[in-house]
Design a binder for this molecule. Structure first.
Ligand SMILES: [Zn+2]
Length: 318
């Protein structure tokens, strides 16, 4: 079924930094700052941008936090593999929360994609794991024309990890991006309704400045405000109201992939469709949050129903 294309959500957001932002390039410059933001060249000019991989990581960890708040142990700890088995996981409810990427139902590493999907926690089903690509993607966020950020310098002082005092002679410079307006595209393919609900929770928290990006968050960097500028749902054939993967799949697929059969209390109407070749596109415009409001409980419903990462830890860690 994952080889089919059945439905997709495409969302564009405008990201406006509230605080200065630093997403480190990882390279120190020869003559300047020790930490500089990521950049590339476009039309011969240096452009600063936020890499999609960084944004995806931030959104994943924020969603994991929401999921753990709603149900302890409902998502895995992506960095805990078999080689860290002996390292104590601090929270009792998460003792068995090793990454879904290292888990297997029958002790086999070559289980079919449907089994990997069925056993994966909410975060891995959305964002992927070592076994599974995930349904969610986000591109690099580039500045909109005429809304480039300004580059400013900040100084930092090295802190002694034992005394907590400053280390004489250890100073570092960093460059941060101030202001600007960036645009990023988010995509959710073959979404289950609870996954669309999870995406919407992230969009609301992005709007409410709950999500910070980049380095130095404890020193007041990285707060951003994001607004949705476009929200479109696309299906391969016309639908009379909002459907997710469960409604579009065959009974066998529902079972093999362990799709969650949550449905909204009343069917959610969609605006008129526009045909694009085979595809039917529904543009939710500014009404997306009202239109999809009754979807919100689907996320918690999935967490309770699925129960968290499944299968035993068997894979070989790196
Ligand atoms: Zn997982």
């Amino acid at each position: 079924m994952l080889r089919k294309w059945l439905c997709q959500a495409d969302v564009k957001i405008a990201i406006e930094p509230v605080d200065p932002v630093l997403i480190k390039s990882g390279y120190a410059t020869m003559d300047g700052a020790d930490m500089v933001p990521v950049s590339t060249f476009k039309d011969g000019k240096r452009i600063y941008y936020f890499p999609g991989t960084s944004l995806k990581g931030v959104l994943r960890s924020h969603l994991e936090r929401i999921a753990r708040t709603l149900k302890q142990g409902s998502v895995c700890l992506p960095y805990y593999g078999p080689k860290k088995k002996n390292i104590a996981i601090p929270v009792a409810e998460e003792k068995n929360s090793h990454s879904c990427g290292y888990r297997s139902r029958d002790g086999k590493d070559d289980e079919p994609a449907s089994v990997a999907y069925a056993d994966s926690c909410a975060a891995c089903r959305l964002f992927g794991s070592l076994k599974f690509g995930g349904r969610f993607s986000i591109g690099d966020a580039y500045p909109l024309d005429g809304h480039g950020p300004t580059l400013e310098s900040r100084n930092g002082v090295g802190i002694d990890r034992f005394t907590g005092g400053t280390v004489p002679g250890v100073l570092f410079d960093l460059q941060v991006l101030v202001g600007g307006k960036f645009e990023a595209s988010l995509r959710l393919t073959n979404f289950e309704l609870w996954q669309l609900a999870a995406l919407n929770l992230l969009l609301v928290d992005l709007k409410d400045e709950m999500i910070t990006i980049g380095s130095g968050r404890s020193r007041g960097l990285g707060r951003v405000r994001s607004t949705v500028t476009s929200y479109r749902l696309t299906y391969v054939s016309p639908v009379s109201h909002l459907d997710g993967l469960y409604q579009l799949a065959t009974p066998q697929e529902q079972q093999d992939y362990s799709l969650h059969g949550w449905t909204p209390p009343t069917p959610i109407d969609l605006p008129d469709a526009q045909s694009h070749g085979l595809r039917q596109q529904y543009d939710l415009k500014d009404d997306w949050s009202q239109t999809l409001q009754t979807l919100t409980p689907a996320f918690e419903s999935f967490l309770q129903w699925h129960g968290g990462p499944q299968g035993a830890v068997t894979g070989q860690g790196t």
